[in-house]
Design a protein around this ligand. Structure first.
Ligand SMILES: [Zn+2]
Length: 148
């Protein structure tokens, strides 16, 4: 799996780690800083990631593509309105719709689900995500922030 390590909202490095090997330390960043990984209670019985291996915190599930998708929705809507008002020709409209559709398919292909740590914001991708991980929850987030 790919780990994007964060601290105080800043990305401090990334590394790949094998969930089966579970190395106790990894080297990160240009200076080769050694980071200790927490494997106790962060991997479940079936070998899937359950918590943050950087700080031991709780993780949530996140889809990665929302921002660009909204642009596509707005573009499609603007195109539809323009065609209703007769501002564009049918051909121009068809070409525009084809472009929007291509972008949309591209986004869907490139999008993926990742796990993010509530506490340190470290991101985990390229792994199998089990169903019991919930999407981000504001109550849970403030609860965790208060207890730290
Ligand atoms: Zn963490």
């Amino acid at each position: 799996m790919l780990v994007k390590l964060r601290h105080d909202g800043q990305k401090i490095g990334q590394f790949s780690v094998d969930l089966l090997e579970q190395p106790s330390t990894v080297m990160v960043g240009p200076d080769g800083d050694e980071i200790y990984l927490e494997w106790n209670s962060t991997v479940d019985d079936s070998g899937h990631l359950r918590g943050c291996i950087s700080c031991g915190g709780e993780v949530f599930r996140e889809k990665t593509f929302p921002q660009i998708t909204w642009i596509v929705v707005v573009l499609a809507f603007a195109g539809a309105v323009a065609s209703i008002l007769g501002l564009v020709t049918t051909w121009l409209m068809l070409i525009a719709m084809a472009i929007v559709l291509t972008i949309d398919v591209g986004i869907l292909t490139l999008s993926y689900t990742r796990l993010v740590c509530y506490t340190c914001d470290t991101r985990y991708s390229k792994l199998n995500i089990v169903k019991y991980h919930e999407p981000w929850d504001s109550d849970r987030s403030s609860q965790i922030k208060r207890s730290n």
